[in-house]
Design a protein around this ligand. Structure first.
Ligand code: IMP
Length: 430
């Protein structure tokens, strides 16, 4: 034991990949537990930049076994592309390093088409999904109509029957409800037969592997995707993803019990970002937004890793962080991108909301109410120095330290890691 869980404490894109990569050096297993290739984890190793969507960030180290757990929805075409891209860059993605749960659900081209059709039908009320088919894949799973990765090991007859049935059903929905072009069933079946040939050695019962590893006192790192406020149950519904992104989701998504959990690390940016539609009380506009977002010239600027969309950005929201702390049972915070706040005179931090003339210090139950919340800010003193070269707490400017102390105190959690740039050595351990 233990299982250490890394989750996003905001709306995703907090820098979980960076923190996972760092902690993966000390883990025997790194496992993704939910979501799919809607996730985009950017990791800098030396002078190389990697963008991962399905494969855990631990793959960039030579040691840990990387697992794609049962709670993930896997687009095999994307997985194979990602494996090929890593292989080309000299990263070992053999079955000894990467395994996919046979219980994970497969995401097919029909799911992608359904996501696109549904989003365009919503017109001005689109959720702003990543259009990767995530919602339709989880919908099929809940409706007990899904196809699981284990199918790929079942032989050509079963694959042909199951994929054929799935595509025929999707064609009916696509045609009737959305007037979309049907898929050629035989073509998709052939694709999946080819996927099966490539992926069969990668499919196993990852639940057994994980439970045995934990029994043997090995360290397992659960790599979250998206963030707490995008959780299907606990996020800002309906502006959420279709998966369980919180710490509870790590247990169901991996098939392990709560007695195995050690640390639960909530990753939060020193400010906030959100992609897609939905309420965002501390959202900034104009010049401030441009400052926080960056121009897009740098890989760490606030533009989607998966979609390239400019992210909505705003100030740090302690109401949201306290919510993430309690929903996930966080043991600590990792604060990322503190360097982006360098150069500001004053740093607004939201301590509470005002809703209908009353001050509230919690996330309201509905997105409609959250949309009416106005942030109440405290203004912390900024610092002017660049901080990317700091290698310890004492090397941070006093006002940066005060800012972190303020966040830790108001959220009620220790801050164990602070990132001040994209490189591994730019993470200060506290
Ligand atoms: P979906 O997960 O593609 O269905 O998108 C649902 C919502 O979650 C949209 O607002 C997306 O922008 C958001 N979302 C999904 N994945 C991520 C992510 O990795 N980072 C940030 N937002 C995400």
């Amino acid at each position: 034991m233990p299982l250490n869980i890394i989750v996003g404490a905001q709306w995703g894109d907090e820098g979980k990949g960076h923190i996972t990569y760092l902690l993966a050096a000390e883990a025997e297993i790194v496992a993704r537990f939910s979501g799919g290739d809607n996730a985009g984890h950017t990791v800098t190793v030396g002078d190389q930049l990697f963008k991962l969507h399905l494969i855990p960030s631990g793959i960039l180290h030579s040691r840990p076994l990387c697992l794609i757990g049962s709670g993930v929805v896997v687009n095999p075409a994307v997985l194979l592309r990602e494996m090929a891209a890593l292989d080309q860059r000299g990263i070992d993605v053999s079955p000894g390093r990467l395994q996919v749960s046979g219980r994970a659900h497969l995401l097919t081209p029909a799911h992608v088409a359904l996501d696109q059709a549904q989003e365009s039908a919503r017109q001005g009320e689109a959720l702003g999904t990543t259009l990767r088919g995530i919602g339709p894949a989880y919908k099929d799973k809940s409706a007990r109509l899904g196809v699981r990765a284990a199918l790929l090991t079942a032989g050509p007859e079963e694959i042909t029957a199951a994929i054929g049935q799935h595509i025929s059903a999707a064609n009916r929905t696509l045609g009737r409800l959305w007037g979309a072009q049907p898929f050629d069933c035989a073509e998709i079946v052939d694709q999946f037969l080819a996927f099966a040939e490539r992926l069969t050695p990668y499919i196993s019962d990852t639940g057994i592997t994980l439970r045995q590893a934990l029994q043997a006192q090995h360290t397992v790192l659960a790599e979250g995707a998206q963030g707490t406020l995008l959780d299907l149950d606990h996020g800002t519904y309906p502006f959420v993803t279709s998966a369980s992104t919180t710490a509870g989701g790590a247990l169901t998504g991996l098939g392990v019990g709560p007695n195995t959990v050690g640390r639960v690390i909530g990753v939060a940016k020193a400010f906030t970002s959100r992609v897609g539609a939905g309420p965002f009380p501390t959202e900034a506009q104009g010049e401030t937004a441009k400052y926080l977002r960056g121009t897009g010239a740098q890989p760490w600027d606030e533009f989607g890793t998966t979609t390239g969309r400019p992210r909505r950005v705003g100030w740090l929201d302690l109401v949201g962080l306290r919510y993430a702390a309690s929903v996930n049972g966080l043991t600590e915070l990792a604060i990322t991108k503190l360097d982006i706040l360098s150069g500001l005179e004053r740093i607004p931090v939201c301590e509470a909301y005002e809703l209908d003339g009353n001050e509230i210090a919690h996330i309201p139950m509905t997105s409609e109410e959250l949309g009416r919340c106005r942030p109440r800010y405290v203004h912390l003193r900024g610092w002017q120095e660049e901080i990317g070269a700091a290698r310890g707490w004492d090397e941070l400017p006093p006002n940066a330290r005060r800012c972190l102390e303020f966040v830790a105190e108001r959220v009620g959690l220790p801050i164990s890691l602070v990132s001040i740039g994209p490189r591994a050595e730019q993470v200060i351990r506290l």
